[in-house]
Design a protein around this ligand. Structure first.
Ligand SMILES: Nc1nc2c(ncn2[C@@H]2O[C@H](COP(=O)(O)OP(=O)(O)OP(=O)(O)O)[C@@H](O)[C@H]2O)c(=O)[nH]1
Length: 393
């Protein structure tokens, strides 16, 4: 690889496995490495692009839909062209694939790129340790994706016990062929694993990048686009200019249909908490809200993307519409936020888990002035309702 070539790493993994979290970790701990990012969202509101920390201006969002379908190789080259201009001085480019993308399509497109300033840097597959069995059952293609990975991150280690983590890791190691398998919480992996020596070290140990034979063998699949996992999914994008009523939104979330697998976005609760914008993440039964002060100048909107299978988009829209506050007469009652606050993670607990993970990985940790966790400086945070944990059921 020539000194000028920029490795392009593909970051893939099923919906909600923690790709954006890992990407944010990489960006925050880059320490001098200049990382270019492409985010490929699924849903017309580009939530992932909006949640990638501090990258406005250097993020190229690929817009609606799955990259492998929505963007052909020519278009990918255009984006790569932008990111590889000498003025950007990037050391590495990471493409976060939509949770529903076929990773080998992306890899193929990178390998076929005309851009001689880039070199394929490997496929990182993120796995949700807590949802591993359920994901494999619903999506048998998971096994195939693991088989072509260069590095597998078994994420959300904090959500499973040691024994379960060992079990998942051992299954993953069996499926992942020669890839390195590591576990992590909140995607906190050593960035060295992905950039520079790490990619080369993995190669030396035999970790695999797709060969042209692999690509040829997969050509058949490429012609059968209907096999892509996202074809079985419906995406609903919802935007509301009026605030959402916290109690009605919680009723909606508590009774969300089985097939509604993923919800992500931002919620405006208006007068119920005028200071904060709530990032919401639901993955299966898992639900979290992360309040943060509204960015200056940001329009007060609720923007959600809902991804599910067999869900009724119109009904979801209607149900969310009904969550909007109708006017002054409909103002949320005094304790209306309690239901939401049950799902705001306990800052102490999450911070401890993250630190434990970093110690375990032998990493040192320094507080950085720009590192603002969502829960900092929140005067509104009251005691959680008695006996209520943050886990949804
Ligand atoms: N407990 C726990 N939660 C995590 C961890 N990593 C990520 N999460 C949470 O899982 C949810 C989904 O994380 P994301 O990083 O948005 O997942 P993603 O793979 O980018 O999701 P999609 O964009 O839908 O494919 C968020 O609420 C994260 O805070 C982890 O290691 N442990």
């Amino acid at each position: 690889m020539s000194a000028q070539q920029i490795p392009v790493v593909v970051l893939a993994g099923f919906l909600g496995s923690g790709k954006t979290t890992l990407l944010n970790h990489l960006l925050r701990s880059a320490r001098g490495t200049r990382i270019g990012v492409m985010v490929n969202d699924f849903g017309s509101i580009e939530i992932d692009a909006m949640t990638v920390a501090g990258q406005v201006g250097s993020t190229v969002s690929l817009g609606n839909g799955c990259l492998c379908c929505a963007v052909d190789a020519g278009e990918l080259d255009t984006y790569l062209e932008t990111l590889t201009r000498p003025s950007t001085r990037l050391d590495v480019i990471v493409i976060e694939a939509s949770g529903l993308a076929e990773p080998q399509e992306l890899v193929r497109m990178i390998l076929a790129s005309d851009n001689d300033r880039i070199v394929y840097g490997g496929l990182v597959q993120v796995v949700d340790a807590a949802e591993f069995d359920a994901t494999r059952t619903r999506h048998p293609e998971t096994d195939r994706h693991l088989g072509i990975a260069d590095l597998v991150v078994v994420n959300k280690a904090d959500r499973v016990g040691d024994e379960e983590l060992r079990r998942v890791r051992s299954i993953v190691a069996g499926l992942a062929d020669r890839a390195a398998v590591i576990s992590a919480s909140y995607g906190r992996i050593d960035p060295e694993l992905l950039f520079d020596h790490a990619v080369r070290d993995l190669d030396a140990r035999g970790a695999r990048q797709l060969s042209f034979e692999d690509l040829y063998a997969e050509a058949y699949e490429a012609e059968h686009h209907h096999d892509h996992p996202h074809t079985a999914y419906d995406t609903v994008s919802f935007t509301a200019g009026r605030p959402l009523h916290p109690r009605r939104l919680m009723d909606f979330l508590d009774s969300r249909p089985e097939g509604l697998y993923r919800i992500k976005g931002f919620v405006d609760f208006g007068e119920a908490d005028p200071a904060n914008r709530y990032t919401v993440h639901a993955v299966g039964r898992f639900l979290r809200f992360y309040p943060q002060p509204w960015p200056v100048g940001e329009p007060r909107l609720t923007q959600l993307v809902l991804i599910g299978s067999g869900t009724d988009g119109e009904a979801l829209h209607k149900a969310l519409d009904a969550c909007q506050v109708a006017g002054a007469h409909d103002a949320p009652e005094e304790h209306a936020m309690w239901g939401v606050l049950r799902y705001v993670p306990d800052p102490g607990q999450e911070a401890t888990e993250r630190r434990r993970e970093e110690t375990w990985q032998g990493q040192t940790w320094e507080e950085e002035p720009w590192r603002e966790e969502p829960w900092q400086e929140e005067p509104w945070q009251e005691e959680p309702a008695p006996g209520q944990g943050p886990e949804s059921s």
